[in-house]
Design a protein around this ligand. Structure first.
Ligand code: 3IX
Length: 216
């Protein structure tokens, strides 16, 4: 019963089930749970040093067909790590002469997403938390390093850092992320039919999608 004139206080425990949809609860969504396991590099993953290539030509992060995209190039590292580079273009500005924060978050997202190739798992970003540490001028080569920290069921915990100029450069951005494993139907059921049809008609795209399904 609620008495008039008294403030209502929410006393029920906050549900953890829908924690990612409840802005008031603050579970450590980006911290692996106790049952999480170290990531396991798939035996058919690209060798350390190998360029991954774009997963989709029209991808804003890595595709060659996007005139103003990032054209990010990712390379497999040792273990379950990736390095990547992209050059900040004039089309990527937020403030005069500086990269837009959302573009930098995209670069982190793309690099982190590429990590899942090393597990041969298709996954999408559930959560991405970004720290912007330094402004990044147009013309900068942003050098990114990412690793998977742990896996718990469908949940993949990873982190990344972006440095100015190269692997020893000053840190400009950092991210922590949670990717969720999905089936190929995530794309085929939800994508706009015309792009899905085109992707299904492209032998390269099918080969990439099959690689995941044949080698789960
Ligand atoms: C011919 C077609 C070809 C198809 C393509 C083939 C190959 C493609 C290859 C690679 C492509 C992929 C990546 C490429 C590289 C980079 C690209 C960047 C990646 C992106 O840019 S990708 C776009 C942005 N991304 C989205 O567009 C996701 C929208 N979203 C959803 O589609 C759903 O939301 C989904 C699927 C995420 C989950 O939905 P769901 O129903 O499957 O699962 P559910 O909700 O039960 O979550 C399961 C467990 O994850 C926890 N969980 C979920 N979300 C959480 C959150 N936000 N925070 C904390 N925890 C979270 C739950 O709490 C639960 O945890 P627990 O199991 O412990 O209860």
């Amino acid at each position: 019963m609620v008495r008039p004139g008294r403030p209502r206080v929410r006393s029920a425990p906050v549900s953890t089930e829908n924690h990612h949809r409840d802005a008031h609860s603050a579970p450590p969504a980006l911290t692996p749970p106790p049952n999480a396991l170290p990531p396991v590099r798939h035996p058919d993953a690209p060798a350390p040093g190998e360029l991954l290539g774009s997963h989709y030509d029209d991808c804003f992060g890595c595709g060659g067909a996007q005139a103003h995209g990032l054209h990010l190039e990712a390379r497999a590292g040792d273990g379950v790590t990736i390095t990547a580079e992209f050059t900040v273009q004039a089309a990527h500005q937020g403030a005069p002469g500086l990269a837009h924060g959302g573009v930098l978050a995209t670069a982190l997202d793309e690099t982190l997403g590429s990590l899942n190739w090393l597990l041969r798992v298709i996954a999408v970003t559930g959560r991405l938390e970004t720290d912007f540490v330094r402004p990044v001028p147009v013309g900068t080569v942003l050098f990114l390093q990412a690793e998977i920290v742990a896996v718990a069921g469908r949940k993949i915990y990873s982190r990344a850092v972006g440095r100015i100029g190269g692997p020893e450069g000053p840190v400009a951005v950092r991210a922590q992320a949670l990717f969720i494993e999905v089936k190929v139907e995530h794309f085929t059921d939800n994508g706009r039919p015309e792009e899905i049809r085109a992707a299904m008609a492209d032998p390269d795209q099918i080969r990439r999608a099959r690689a995941f399904e044949v080698n789960p």
